[in-house]
Design a protein around this ligand. Sequence first.
Ligand SMILES: Cc1cc2nc3c(=O)[nH]c(=O)nc-3n(C[C@H](O)[C@H](O)[C@H](O)COP(=O)(O)O)c2cc1C
Length: 171
Amino acid sequence: MKKDALLIFASTSGSTTLLAEHLARVFSSSIDLIRIPRECVFSETLNRKLIVLMSPTYAEGNLHHAWIEQGPLIFRTLAPGQRIALIALGDSRLHKATFAGALKVFHDILSQQNAQLIGDVSADEISYPFGPSNMGGRFPGLPVEFRKERAQTKERACTWLADCLRRADAH
Ligand SMILES: Cc1cc2nc3c(=O)[nH]c(=O)nc-3n(C[C@H](O)[C@H](O)[C@H](O)COP(=O)(O)O)c2cc1C
């Protein structure tokens, strides 16, 4: 049976996989997990209480290549008004100028769709509040520095996701 929420992610070196699988374990009663491109089967409209899109940042502030390739198809199948929450991983040391830029890329694409973004985060709550995804003091989702803050990140992501699920439920 379909669960209330669906988390779709891509990963190359495994950090996003670790965090996505952790979230899926903690919220096992309410979240289904799909990894693209391997498990990408979207013949039906994507219609859940909440859809979480998750990408590591690559190529100077861009989405993971699997999102670049399969994203357009996935975005097209979203139900009108679908509630979406975003997570992007990044490296604040080697890629400070583009840190977690995938969040902004998701945001800019989805703002042109009939989607409802929830789960934005104040830059005051982020240890590394720089990069293009800091849009006037708020991030349009959760930026994650997984290497430096693994334990705190897992905890913070769980708190953030629980809040997104509550807000999606309240609508
Ligand atoms: C070639 C390459 C390019 C990267 N580009 C960026 C970037 O532009 N901005 C950023 O914040 N992180 C960047 N990163 C860091 C990754 O986003 C980070 O290591 C992430 O945790 C990787 O996720 P994954 O293990 O799920 O693939 C880059 C990493 C590599 C190897």
